[in-house]
Structures are given as structure tokens and as C-alpha cells.
Design a protein around this ligand. Structure first.
Ligand code: FCB
Length: 434
């Protein structure tokens, strides 16, 4: 049981659950084009068991059943994403089947009273664009603006809210500096350019959607609290550097028209010429801001080149991912984001949840959600203008480099039979939302 219920939250507060296209749809279906996740997964050592999203949860064919599950739990909203490579398999040419799919999906949400919260890009870059340098190439943001125009030209009239990019840190740093996600690079110049271009893409897509007359446009960032490993000035500085790279870079770019000094000291020679001129585009007005939050990291200094830090194991209980459970971080980020960046702008928790090895009786997930909902309520009580909370994820799915091993779902998926079975956490939320 959860100790919270809908009546503990402000009137109109939205509860939702989230997925993303490549993680659930089944990329082999409906004429979708190859993506950089397919080639990344086909490279040995990148993904657990070399798994990819070819079939995933077969949501492409089973979306009605999946939406039924969301509606039956009492959720108000569904945060989904639109696959660029499904709509434009070569990054340019429109696949009518892809557009038709998102059109059907949208109407099926509305028919069930679910508010569509769309994300345009949740990481499956068309391979043809990866071949010309992907996010390193400024051409990619321009193509992305075309994609925004095509997909929202079709379904934009029925969206509750839209964010162009899911988690710029993952698109930029995790994928080009740490090499853990597609395209699996480890290069500081590639990283600086990808991190800048992804914000340019955010800006261009936002402009295009405003041009279509759309409302309620936002952005979705992921945050990890950085705790210094001890009180030494070196550890405090290392944690501040982690915070600058992970959390502040994108917020500073969008809301302050600059990048943090601790990142610029390493990135400046690598950013594209004229990068300062892009902030008018990057920083245009938004209607809301989304926070994805899972965990914190304990950070220690580490001799060597920038960023000269390392993650060390923390003492707190961990989820199946090995991530420490630290609800305080969600509260602190909500308060800090409002204070330092967004003021009165409505905030949403656009992702929060945990992986659990427990297939059906996932009491650990119930405890995780309960503790994070407490943190959310505390932030609301302090006056943070939070408008909704979205659980990651509706169902077990393709967890990127972890393949199908890490299970984040409120609903269990048997990846042989594709049968869906609600877990205890699903029932607990349903009771809380009734
Ligand atoms: C987030 C991603 C989402 C999922 C969760 C666990 O960073 O947005 O796709 O992988 O983590």
C-alpha cells in the first residue's frame, strides 16, 4: 500500500506513467528505419546479451491493451515518445505508416480520457543522420526541426504537452563522453558539440511548434544529486563539477543563456564557432519544465584530465540498477530548480521509478514510490509549483545498455509470450488514485 492518495495533492495535479518508443514499440514493425541504437546494440560488449529493440514489448501491435492498463490504473496522463526513425526512416522521407500509428495512438489515448504528454526524441536517431555525424553535426538539429513539423503537423492539435528532447545529458554526455549509450563515443570534442547541438535542436523544434500554434511546450532534464565523498575542498569541488556537467549545463543554457564555468573550462575550445549566438534560440520562452529523477552519486576527486572525478560507492540501499535510493534529492532538485531557474513556471516530475528484480510482488518499488511521493509533497508544501508526477515505467521494457534484464515496469512483461501482468505496485497506485 502507498501511504499517499490523490486527495493529498493539489486539485488538478496530474498523475501519469511513461514509456518511450524504442523501448516498447518493436522497431522491426511498421516500416521504421534503422537507428543508431540498432548498430550500437549489434556491436559486441555494448548491450547485455546484445539485445535490441526489434520486438521489445510489441506495443506497435498491442497499444490498445497497454492504454487500457494505463486508464484502468486511474492515471490522468500518458507520457510517450514519437520515434523519428519510424516517422522518417532515413531522417528525411516521411513514412505514412509511422504517422498513422501516432495518429491512432493519440486518438486511442483521448478515447480513454488520457492526456497525451509527448516527447519528440527519446534517443533513436535515424542511422542515416548518425552516419553524417549525428549530434556532432549541426545539420541534425535542422533535420530535427523538420521532424517536429511533420509529426506535430499531424498530432500536435491533440497533445496535452510536448517536450522536444528527453534528457539532454544522456544524449550528450552519456553517449559521447562516457560511451555508454549510442553512438558509444568517448571524445570531449564530440561531447561539447553534441551537448550544444541538442539544445539548439530543442530551440529549433520549440520555434517550429510555436509556429504551428501549439501551447504547453516544455523541456525534460534528468538530474542526479552530487554528494561529496568527504568534506575536503577537493571533494566538494569535484561534486560541484559533477553537478555542473550533469545538472546545471542544460538549465543554465535554457534559462540563463550561458554554460557553467566548470564545464566551459574544458569545452570552450571544442564548441562550434559562434556558440554564444545560439542562446536566443535555445532560451526561448517555455510553458513548463520536467525533471527526471532516480538517484544521487557520491563523488570523489580523481587525479587526471578533466573532469578529474570519480563515482564511489555510497552507503544507502540500492535498486536493481545499483542506484542508491535517495528521495531527498528529488525534493532538493524541485526546490532548487524553482529557486535558481524557473520561478513560477509549472514543474512536472516527468520520470521517477526504480528497477526491481521482483517480478510480481514488487514491494520494494512500492516503498521507493512512497518515499519519493513524500519528497514531492514536501516540495509542494514549500510552494514549489509542481503540476504532476509521472512514474517510469508502465511496463518492463528495453532498458538500453542493460537490455531486458532491468525491470522498471508497474506491469510485468514476459518477453517470450509478451503477456502483460500488473504487479503489486500497479495495484497500489490504482488504489491511491481511485
Ligand atoms: C531514464 C530514461 C528512460 C529509462 C530510465 C530508467 O534516464 O529516460 O528511458 O531508461 O532512465
Amino acid at each position: 500500500m502507498l501511504t499517499h492518495s490523490r486527495s493529498d495533492f493539489p486539485d488538478g495535479f496530474l498523475f501519469g506513467t511513461a514509456t518511450s518508443a524504442y523501448q516498447i514499440e518493436g522497431h522491426a514493425f511498421g516500416g521504421a528505419g534503422q537507428t543508431h541504437w540498432d548498430s550500437f546494440a549489434a556491436t559486441p560488449g555494448n548491450v547485455v546479451r546484445g539485445e535490441d529493440g526489434a520486438r521489445a514489448c510489441d506495443h506497435y501491435h498491442r497499444y490498445e491493451e497497454d492504454l487500457d492498463l494505463i486508464a484502468a490504473a486511474g492515471f490522468d496522463a500518458y507520457r510517450f515518445s514519437t520515434s523519428w526513425a519510424r516517422v522518417m526512416p532515413d531522417g528525411e522521407t516521411v513514412n505514412p505508416e509511422g504517422l498513422d500509428f501516432y495518429d491512432r495512438l493519440t486518438d486511442a489515448m483521448l478515447a480513454r480520457g488520457l492526456k497525451p504528454m509527448a516527447t519528440l526524441y527519446h534517443w533513436e536517431l535515424p542511422q542515416t543522420l548518425a552516419d553524417i555525424g549525428g549530434w556532432r553535426n549541426r545539420e541534425t538539429p535542422a533535420r530535427f526541426a523538420d521532424f517536429a513539423s511533420v509529426i506535430m503537423g499531424r498530432i500536435g492539435d491533440r497533445m496535452h504537452s510536448v517536450a522536444p528532447i528527453n534528457e539532454p545529458w544522456c544524449v550528450g554526455y552519456l553517449s559521447h563522453f562516457l560511451g555508454e549509450h549510442a553512438p558509444g563515443m568517448r571524445d570531449i570534442r564530440a561531447t561539447a558539440r553534441a551537448m550544444h547541438h541538442v539544445l539548439v535542436a530543442h530551440g529549433m523544434a520549440t520555434e517550429v511548434m510555436r509556429g504551428l500554434g501549439m501551447q504547453n511546450l516544455g523541456a525534460v532534464f534528468n538530474f542526479e544529486w552530487a554528494t561529496p565523498s568527504d568534506n575536503t575542498p577537493e571533494a566538494v569541488e569535484a561534486a560541484a563539477r559533477y553537478d555542473a556537467i550533469y545538472n546545471r549545463f542544460f538549465l543554465d543554457g535554457v534559462f540563463k543563456g550561458t554554460y557553467p564555468r566548470r564545464v566551459l573550462e574544458a569545452f570552450e575550445p571544442h564548441l562550434p564557432t559562434g556558440w554564444q549566438d545560439d542562446f536566443a534560440l535555445i532560451g526561448q520562452r517555455l510553458d513548463w519544465c520536467g525533471l527526471n529523477y532516480y538517484t544521487r552519486k557520491v563523488i570523489a576527486p580523481d587525479p587526471g584530465p578533466w573532469p578529474a572525478l570519480k563515482e564511489v560507492e555510497g552507503p544507502l540501499p540500492k535498486t536493481q540498477m545499483g542506484w542508491e535510493i535517495y528521495p531527498q534529492g528529488l525534493h532538493d532538485f524541485l526546490v532548487r530548480t524553482a529557486e535558481d531557474y524557473t520561478g513560477d513556471l509549472p514543474l512536472y516530475v516527468t520520470e521517477n521509478g526504480c528497477a526491481s528484480a521482483e517480478p510480481f510482488e514488487d514491494t520494494d518499488r512500492i516503498a521507493y514510490l512512497d518515499a519519493h511521493l513524500s519528497a514531492v509533497r514536501e516540495a509542494i508544501a514549500k510552494g514549489v509549483p509542481l503540476s504532476g508526477y509521472v512514474v517510469w515505467s508502465l511496463m518492463d521494457n528495453y532498458e538500453w545498455a542493460k537490455g531486458y534484464e532491468m525491470r522498471f515496469g508497474l506491469v510485468h512483461v514476459d518477453f517470450e509470450t509478451l503477456q502483460r501482468t500488473p504487479k503489486a505496485s500497479y495495484r497500489a497506485l490504482k488504489a491511491a488514485l481511485a
